[in-house]
Design a protein around this ligand. Structure first.
Ligand SMILES: [Zn+2]
Length: 302
């Protein structure tokens, strides 16, 4: 059996020198995954840009118009973390198209991964924290609208709270939002997910994994989702530039393996996105993200 991984060269665009967002990580991740064999063969899929009417399932028309035409004001651009460009818009549409395609692949094979995605801070009408379009929310909404699922569980293990996703699905019974994040990290003003687990600064592997193991099986059993979207942010790593937690690389692998294993054991399709990760050492960062794909291949073949 092959593991489906979705990638597009357009996930990486040129940014000004010294821009704090590690845009090269998607390109380097693809390269590493091509060089380092996984436990099973990889089927690479290339996404199309997500259609605007699909983005409109969760984003307002005014916001989408401003994003696409480049009329976001300076404050809105600053909040996004990026200066607007047509390439940037194409990039986020490709990334969201990638998450949609990852879900479709997961519904067929049971497990698939994107090599980007997890842009959980984007709100209905605003970009925030390097997130312009909420790929997780668009994909969950699409799954419901198309009848692919009646209940979607979003498992968000990025170190930052999935505030955009939480707000978009407040009061929506078809989506359960679970965010496990560092209490002290961005955003300062948290939203209310269906379940928030706010962790103390400096938490390391054993305590983190015990916390996850005390939550996830219960959610799967109680909510009985038809599909899981997993945000595997690596900014929980001890060397991450923005995260306040202290997981090791082995801890990251164990986390991803555990989440994917739980879904497989419960026979629930799972689509995984790489989420956040910030390090000036792009190779080290891409290696951290590649643990998700390694764990996915191991779960698929075990
Ligand atoms: Zn993050």
């Amino acid at each position: 059996m092959a593991l489906t991984i979705v990638h597009h060269p357009g996930y990486t665009i040129n940014l000004p020198v010294n821009h704090p967002f590690p845009m090269e990580k998607f390109r380097v991740l693809r390269q590493l995954l091509g060089e380092q064999p996984l436990a099973c063969p990889v089927e690479w899929l290339t996404p199309e840009p997500a259609p605007i009417n699909t983005l409109a399932r969760v984003h307002t028309h005014d916001y989408l118009n401003a994003l696409i035409r480049g009329t976001l004001d300076r404050a809105a651009q600053r909040r996004s973390g990026f200066t607007w460009s047509p390439e940037l818009v194409e990039r986020v549409r490709l990334e969201t198209g990638g998450t949609l395609l990852t879900l479709e692949a997961a519904l067929t094979s049971g497990l698939a991964c994107n090599s980007a995605g997890g842009t959980h801070h984007a709100h209905a009408d605003a970009a925030s924290g390097y997130c312009l379009i909420n790929d997780l929310a668009v994909t969950a909404a699409q799954a419901l609208a198309r009848g692919w699922a009646e209940r979607v569980l979003i498992v968000d293990c990025d170190v930052h709270q999935g505030d955009g996703t939480a707000r978009l699905f407040t009061g929506v019974p078809g989506v359960f939002t679970f965010s496990m994040h560092a209490a002290g990290n961005f955003p300062a003003r948290k939203a209310s997910s269906d379940l928030d687990v706010a962790l103390p600064n400096g938490m390391s592997d054993d305590a983190y994994l015990a916390e996850l193991a005390s939550r996830l099986p219960g959610i799967l059993a109680a909510y009985q989702p038809d599909v899981v979207l997993y945000d595997a942010g690596v900014d929980v790593h001890q060397e991450d530039r923005l995260g306040y937690l202290a997981l090791s690389s082995d801890g990251l692998y164990a986390r991803d393996h555990y989440v994917l294993r739980c879904c497989r054991d419960a026979d629930i399709p799972v689509a995984a996105m790489i989420g956040g990760g910030y390090d000036r050492d792009i190779i080290a960062l891409a290696q951290r993200h590649a643990q998700l794909h390694r764990a996915a291949a191991d779960v698929l073949t075990s």
